[in-house]
Design a protein around this ligand. Sequence first.
Ligand code: TEU
Ligand code: CA
Length: 540
Amino acid sequence: MADFTKKDWWKEAVVYQIYPKSFQDSNGDGIGDLPGILSRLDYLQKLGVDALWLCPVFASPQADNGYDISDYQAIDPMFGTMEEMRTLIRQAKARGIGILLDLVLNHTSDQHRWFRQALQGRDNPYHDYYIWRDGTPDIPPNGMRAGFGGSAWTWVPELGQYYFHQFAPQQPDLNWDNPKVRQELYAMIRGWMAEGVAGFRLDVIDQVAKDPDLQVTANGPRLMEYLRELNRETFGGANLITVGEAWGADLARARQYSAPDGSVFSMVFQFEQMMLDQAGSKWNARPMPLPVLKESIARWQTGLHGCGWNSLFWNNHDLPRIVSRWGDDGACRVDSAKALAVVLHGLQGTPYIYQGEELGMTNAPYPLADLRDIESLNAYQEMRDAGKTDAEAMAAIHRMGRDNARTPMQWTAGGNAGFTTGTPWLRVNPNHTEINAEAALADPDSVFYTYQKLIALRKCCPVFAEGDFTLLCPQDDQVFAYTRTGAGQQLLVAANLSGRPAAFALPRDFAGTSPLLATQGQPADGMLRPWEAVLYCRQI
Ligand code: TEU
Ligand code: CA
């Protein structure tokens, strides 16, 4: 329950990310929708979250599941109507839950009115809304590759030109150097602000100011100028929560993006931690010893303290499920899900929970025929073309593919997990018979209640939002432990992120205090059980 009138309310908030296509279907077409989300507000309120980030629900041909928008001002009929969106905004707000929309400002769909106009001719006023280079059919302007495979340049014979796209060919990049493009986007954003949304997530926002000739995508020279202008012309001063997605953000840039003067965004999603277990490409695994993860998180905690703001997340719709990735999705699934939750939610920043994370949902290693994601399907082909075996390519996709996160939300043990009465657009994970919301709500020891407790603690102990950060035992390869100090309190968080018992001595200052949260009952002396996590708070 957020107080949206309080300045910087998002510093105490917890955001829940919804992948609308997979959350709850209300009409049996196998696709989640807005009425479905509305019908689950009770559940979300029970969890205690303050805001819902909805992945794109705008009109879209769905080449990239809504990240290819054909009309920013319309709701895709498959998700519902504008009236239903207004109802959702209103009813959520009545429960103290804000709605964040996902703005895809780097590119549109190739079916957007602007792009269709642009194709009409070089002198069409919309032509310059996109990025074009002259050429000949078989020699693209340069060797840049697109995010989902293939060249970043697609040839249009009628124009004798190539257009630039960082993602799929169905997602042409907008030309942010054209002031008209920027003004159109700002007007559209103001329109959504007038509908009463609580904020925005901004897709690949560090990739909008690009220079394809120099092969520069992220962090182009005019990026900060454009982002400050965006802020001034739209949400600046409106006390909304704004979070930019920035794969290219390092600490110095993140300080600018989340500057306390509010001149850019509230915060950014940075991906340093999410890339620690991969070599070069997400499809190439490399080991990630725990000290490496701890060092990185610690650097971001101290690096933004007092001069920026962190977003905290283990999951999103592009990443594999955290219990399968850094936890144990077998025998210790519940304990490892709780331990990872405690580690993340003790940190300074705004936590994001991705739908089903609060149930400990796992990856879904489906055969190729059951996959739907454009990235995985193209990557499979590219890996095979590069000489990888079927087994190697599938192993990479099972480890990192985006459909792992996108399987339908598991509500019940019944047919299609209670997600739909029809045929789901992406198969339901067979483990819904065991992992589902109904079972979690009925079990006081479930992962759900650990998340509920962590969310509630953030609201009642100011140290969560304000405290500084000190990493304990940095070299320990099993235990992740730290203290947070501020606002007259000190927090101690310790978790054993391994399946073996670990030595851990409670710091002397905490001796005699009882834990605010302990995931496996009364903690033992001098050690943490496999995947055990504890959280203490003392007044100072
Ligand atoms: O993702 C940004 C992005 O760079 C992704 O391609 C990411 O690298 C990949 O999914 C991780 O392997 C955003 C959205 O979150 C994603 O869903 C969209 O597909 C993408 O932008 C294009 O809009
Ligand atoms: Ca539906």
